[in-house]
Design a protein around this ligand. Sequence first.
Ligand SMILES: C[S@@+](CC[C@H](N)C(=O)[O-])C[C@H]1O[C@@H](n2cnc3c(N)ncnc32)[C@H](O)[C@@H]1O
Length: 313
Amino acid sequence: MENTFSEDVLDGLMATNKSLKSKYFYDDNGSRIFQDIMNLESYYLTNCELEIFREQAQDIFDAVNFDTHFNLIELGAGDGLKTSALIAYLLLKKIDFTYIPIDISQEANNILKEDLLKKFPTLKIKAKTGDYFEILAEMQQENDPALVLFIGSNIGNYTEAAAANLISLMSQYLKSKDKLLIGVDLKKNPVVVSKAYNDDEGITKAFNLNLLKRINTELSGEFNLANFDFYSFYNPQNGEVRSYIVSLVKQTVRIGKLSVDIEFRKGETIWTELSKKYDHEELEELIESKGLVLINHFVDRKNYFTDSLFSKK
Ligand SMILES: C[S@@+](CC[C@H](N)C(=O)[O-])C[C@H]1O[C@@H](n2cnc3c(N)ncnc32)[C@H](O)[C@@H]1O
């Protein structure tokens, strides 16, 4: 059984090096702030992946090579902005498929479904709300082949061990004809990467502090957001961006529903997110070690981002 929000918050904030899991960013408010991040000029990831999907949809589906009805399953679909470029191509070519977006946020799913049906009234869509692994496990019974999308550099949010575990689970759940398209941010000029995680408008800060807001709302926390700031840094040697909430003062914060008082030193951090950048070789090594084989890398013109297609061995 997965831990609950309150168990994870308690474990994370009672630890010597405090942390909160990034999957908790995405309550309904957090999902909305993430849309704003994706619209930032400095957050190049969205535009790069969108360019790949707009300009290379045909190449991608030629490589996928399905000739019957298939399921287009998206893990953590969010607003589906980029995926809609793929959907537009498939509908234009009258290719028979059903889009199955999976997200833990009910609101993200509702908005997505409404937007897509407005844009594409003939789209067959079966949105599913819940943890993507639980749902993927249930879907193993389906006969039709699937193209599983794990895009937006979502894999970068997992530590090396967790990423390996996750790919291994995915590989286990894929049926023999299924394909996996994984969108990953590539190592590049560190200045470009740093700017993507430190916007001047304070949107990334609001996204992080929303975690504290969420604890206030759901667990009767008493965080005063004005006493916290946000900091992130990129280490080009290991490709890791790490993001933190910083306590600006020495303070004690009560979390009512957990019956605890959390002590913060001035300058103490809560680690909130890992956004790891890969290169192609590292990515292939990670994924091929879990029983999948590379078909092709699709990259944008600047070579900032890759959508890499894999099949079962
Ligand atoms: C970083 S966003 C990416 C959204 C989209 N794939 C994109 O590239 O724009 C991650 C999304 O995954 C969802 N998510 C995170 N962890 C999840 C999980 N374990 N199961 C299902 N959805 C999850 C979040 O709600 C959020 O919408």
